[in-house]
Design a protein around this ligand. Structure first.
Ligand code: UD1
Ligand code: CA
Length: 463
């Protein structure tokens, strides 16, 4: 069996989007549209993928990494011209089928791709177009049928009044027999209102060669929805945001309201977890069971254990274990590992640090580049001074240590097991196990000090 392959069209600038980044990198639920499309091809088990890049191609190539090969389209002359840029890729798959789709239609799913291929094969078709009925088909290519069968695709800009009434639209995704596609590709002419080489013209050319063209009409209108401008993009975000939240509800996740809640498609959430308004969960975040996340929290590419609370805080690229309390107003920066039963309270920042089980960092503290043991207590206002202006150094705080309020720990420095630091100390030397490190001037009381000051200001002093 020759292995099937995919060509994803992604060279467009997306002028209508008004964006500095290539259109296919515009995000739906914080995931670039091309990332959704690659995911669908992976779900459909299409191993050999080739993306046609053009506008700011380096950004797209960078995003794709090892997920696809790329070919460069110098000038954007239309979708057929874009496919032609991948001619040598097509020749490598001459006896196979190729799935051609657009990088700006994120909701086409693996199942639909596979079902369309099954139909394509069983019909012995040269091309199978994936279509859907849209309530509002404006802007899409319309599927013109004759005697029930597809006869051509007409772009909105080239359509007549009758054709504009058609609700069945082209999703921009097709299965082609590679040979049949190569046969017609170079015969497509840019004779239309946009002077572009339309891939959609391949359908009529294939039919003219007495080959079979079919349309796979998906029941799910989402598969056809693409984004050409900001309003389209906003609508795609809104539609899928609600779909995902409802999907989570069906898996036992609790929502009191959908207000301000945005969850990326690759996020996982355990049953019994409650998501409160204003919560944004991004990237590959995984939240355990019976947590409360929010209100107003942002978690990106992080793993959160079970029964953990995150209130009005932000967590990036970190791991938080079970039964942890974070917030309000905490910032957990990348590469932090927070063990179980830790409490991190208001206005605390943790960066690139390990925090041992049962440790409490309750208020106004910065813990950066530090290894903190179990059951450590941080007083209010502790600062690890990890940066000397040239190098970053680590602090080590061992199990059971008690860090007094307003301690400065000048790294590299260690506080030993059950060690103490006196409030207000600037600790520059290691504190041994069980010792108290204290570094501050002795207190001097200047008697009657304020009385003379106040007298100078001609104020009456009351006894
Ligand atoms: C296209 C289809 C339309 C379909 C719609 C579905 C054509 C002529 N029209 O229209 O029938 O309903 O998609 O969303 O195919 N691209 C390139 N190089 C180019 C031109 C485009 O790589 O020279 C890429 C774009 O980056 C985009 C995709 O192809 O990802 C589709 O192009 P776009 O201009 O968005 O086509 P539509 O007008 O949406
Ligand atoms: Ca488009």
């Amino acid at each position: 069996m020759p292995s099937d392959c995919a060509i994803i069209l992604a060279a467009g600038e997306g002028q209508r989007m008004g964006s500095d980044v290539p259109k296919v990198l515009c995000e739906v639920l914080f995931k670039p549209m091309i990332g959704w499309v690659i995911g669908a091809c992976q779900d459909a088990k299409i191993g050999d993928r080739c993306v046609v890049v053009g506008f700011k191609s380096e950004q797209v190539v960078d995003f794709l990494g090892d997920d696809a090969k790329t070919v460069f389209q110098d000038k954007r002359r239309g979708t057929a011209h874009a496919v032609l840029c991948a001619k040598s890729f097509l020749r490598e798959h001459i006896n196979a089928n190729v799935f051609v789709c657009c990088g700006d239609s994120p909701f086409l799913d693996g199942k639909t791709i596979i079902s369309a291929l099954d139909m394509h094969k069983s019909n012995g078709a040269a091309v199978t177009v994936i279509t859907a009925n849209l309530e509002n088909p404006k802007g899409y290519g319309r599927i013109v049928r004759t005697g029930g069968n597809i006869s051509k695709i007409v772009e909105e800009k080239d359509s007549n009044e009758q054709e504009r009434k058609i609700h069945e639209v082209n999703s921009g995704a097709y299965w082609f027999c590679v040979k049949d596609l190569l046969d017609v590709l170079e015969h497509i002419k840019p004779i239309n209102n946009q002077n572009e080489y339309y891939l959609t013209d391949a359908i009529a050319l294939i039919l003219a060669r007495k080959k079979t063209a079919t349309a796979y009409l998906s029941e799910n209108p989402l598969v056809a929805m693409g984004a050409n401008d900001r309003l389209n993009l906003f609508k795609l975000n809104e539609i899928y945001r609600k779909i995902l939240i409802e999907r989570f509800m069906n898996h036992g996740v609790e929502f009191l309201s959908m207000d301000g809640i945005i969850i990326s498609p690759d996020v996982k959430i355990g049953t019994g977890t409650k998501i409160l308004p204003g919560t944004i969960l991004k990237g590959k975040t995984c939240v355990g069971k019976n947590c409360v996340i929010g209100p107003n929290s942002l978690i990106e590419d992080s793993k959160i254990g079970d029964e953990t609370l995150v209130n009005s805080s932000q967590i990036y690229q970190s791991v938080v274990d079970n039964n942890v309390k974070i917030g309000p107003f905490c910032h957990i920066r990348p590469n932090s590992r927070i063990s179980h039963h830790v409490k991190i309270g208001d206005f605390v920042e943790v960066k690139n640090s390990k925090i041992g089980a049962g440790t409490s960092i309750s208020h106004l503290t910065y813990v950066g580049d530090s290894d903190v043991g179990k059951n450590v207590n941080f007083g209010c206002g502790v600062v690890t001074i990890n940066y000397d202006g040239v190098n970053k150094n680590r602090c080590k705080i061992k199990d059971g240590a008690f860090i007094g309020c307003n301690t400065n720990l000048v790294a590299p420095v260690a506080v030993g097991k059950n060690g103490y630091t006196g409030a207000g100390s600037t600790i520059t030397k290691d504190v041994p196990d069980y010792a108290l490190g204290i570094e501050r001037g002795k207190q001097v009381n200047v008697a009657e000090f304020s009385k003379s000051k106040l007298a100078g200001r001609k104020l009456k002093v009351q006894d």
